[in-house]
Design a protein around this ligand. Structure first.
Ligand SMILES: *[C@@H]1O[C@H](CO)[C@@H](O)[C@H](O)[C@H]1NC(C)=O
Ligand SMILES: *[C@@H]1O[C@H](CO)[C@@H](O)[C@H](O)[C@H]1NC(C)=O
Ligand SMILES: *[C@@H]1O[C@H](CO)[C@@H](O)[C@H](O)[C@H]1NC(C)=O
Ligand SMILES: *[C@@H]1O[C@H](CO)[C@@H](O)[C@H](O)[C@H]1NC(C)=O
Ligand SMILES: *[C@@H]1O[C@H](CO)[C@@H](O)[C@H](O)[C@H]1NC(C)=O
Length: 400
């Protein structure tokens, strides 16, 4: 299925011949003595250029769809000439095309509202290739980006990338990078606070604006993929569940963090805990973004030391859509060293044996299979020093 999707995508790119350019006629009226002739000539030339561009763009949109317009005609030209320009009204392609510039100027309130617009007719009247949205929640740079570049290579059209970082950080990826211009408008987010959940909702909302995104994966800058793209894509596509960690921890760090003021929206039996690194189906992403029922309760009553990012989404989705959840995360992490933070792996840890142990230790439920051998698709935490050895063994161990 996915290779078919990739092939048909390529096909659609092939008929992108540049549209024929209509001839441009510049006529100069004879009676122009009253006005400075040069100025008038310049003005007319500009006007006819504008007209020509708008004709080309209208023609191209009708004939070839949107993407080709973007590549053949500098799109910035159109609105400056005919104000409003090639309207998004003319074709569906233009309406469903993903935003070309992620740095919009919407407020969070406006963004979330817009992201929750959902079509009521289930069948898409166009060919929709469902994509994985990889949402990176980072402080600043992505030290493992070269590994991810390798992972994504050759799978254009099946994924989209979003990067949320500190607002002061300006990503400088070259145009050839998969991360180029994938930064979304960001705000400061702190672990354990509501601002962290706000950042995750902001990422989800930005990714929802692309109607082809079907699965939404939250990752950090210290995450790596454990399999090649094809395996990850089909594992997620074939799963009947979304991978959100959610379990009922009866101890002080689980139910102990529940506050009775959250009732009746949240009952203690519904209180869940789980790691924030999730994978969610589109309709669940929408229910998180649209939530106004649980949000105020968590914001007010899940304060330090409640760690709201470990409870809000797992609890909310357990109440709203329990049967859609696998209740486990697909991101592997090592807590075996103890302490408040999971283990971080650096240069010296990266060996073939390390990954062999990691792969061999897996066993979990996947759809109706009780003891499936692929349980985690991603792993954390890897330090920047792990990059070089990872690149050395990625082909052999990770399969890309
Ligand atoms: C991904 O890995 C699987 C199993 O190792 C392999 O069969 C498949 O050919 C790989 N796909 C790509 C595109 O490399
Ligand atoms: C919580 O829900 C359970 C079952 O859904 C119910 O039996 C129990 O009474 C509820 N507790 C409170 C405090 O509402
Ligand atoms: C996940 O947990 C919910 C209740 O918390 C349960 O209804 C659901 O069946 C569980 N999912 C799986 C795949 O076991
Ligand atoms: C998963 O979904 C497929 C197709 O909808 C269905 O045939 C299958 O029975 C489901 N499996 C489980 C365990 O729910
Ligand atoms: C990576 O591979 C190169 C060439 O095979 C080798 O020189 C280098 O030491 C390796 N680096 C690490 C960290 O394994």
């Amino acid at each position: 299925m996915q290779s078919r999707a990739a092939v048909s995508l390529e096909e659609s790119n092939q008929d992108s011949n540049p549209p024929p350019i209509p001839s441009i006629k510049t006529t100069i009226p004879p009676q122009s003595r009253g006005l400075p002739l040069r100025l008038l000539r310049l003005f007319l030339l500009f006007l006819s250029l504008c007209l020509a561009f708008s004709f080309i763009s209208i023609y191209a949109i009708r004939r070839f769809g949107v993407q080709n317009v973007v590549t053949t005609v500098k799109s910035g030209f159109i609105p400056s000439c005919i104000g409003g320009g090639a309207d998004s009204f003319a074709t569906l392609e233009r309406f469903v095309a993903p935003p070309s510039n992620l740095l919009h100027r919407m407020s969070d309130e406006e963004l979330l509202w817009r992201a929750t617009l959902v079509p009521r007719i289930r069948k898409y009247p166009f060919r929709r290739v469902p994509k994985l949205a990889f949402m990176f929640l980072s402080k600043g740079p992505l030290p493992l980006a070269p590994l991810w570049e390798r992972f994504f290579r050759g799978h254009q059209g099946l994924y989209s990338i979003y990067l949320h970082s500190l607002p002061t950080f300006e990503a400088k990826f070259p145009p050839s990078s998969v991360f180029y211009r994938r930064q979304v408008p960001s705000k400061v987010s702190e672990w354990g606070k509501m601002s962290m959940c706000d950042a995750e909702r902001r990422l989800l909302a930005n990714a929802l604006l692309d109607i082809s995104n079907e699965w939404f994966i939250l990752l950090s800058e210290s995450c790596i993929p454990l399999y090649n793209f094809s395996i990850i894509y089909s594992y997620i596509r074939r799963s009947n569940h979304s991978f959100m960690g959610a379990f009922d921890d009866e101890g002080p760090y689980g139910r102990g963090r529940y506050n009775e003021n959250m009732a009746p929206e949240v009952n203690i039996t519904q209180w869940r805990k789980g790691s924030q690194w999730f994978e969610l189906r589109r309709h669940l992403a929408v229910s998180i973004v649209e939530d106004t029922k649980y949000y105020p309760k968590f914001k007010e009553f899940c304060r330090p030391h409640c760690y709201v990012d470990e409870h809000y989404f797992p609890t909310m989705l357990t109440i709203e859509a329990p049967n859609d959840l696998a209740n486990r995360s697909i991101t592997w992490v090592d807590w075996s060293r103890g302490g408040a933070h999971p283990a971080t792996f650096g240069r010296a840890d990266i060996t073939v044996e390390f990954f062999k142990r990691l792969y061999d230790s897996q066993k979990c439920k996947y759809n109706d299979r009780e003891e499936f051998r692929i349980c985690h698709l991603f792993a954390r935490k890897f330090s920047p020093s792990a990059l070089e050895p990872l690149l050395n063994i990625s082909q052999q161990v990770l399969g890309f």
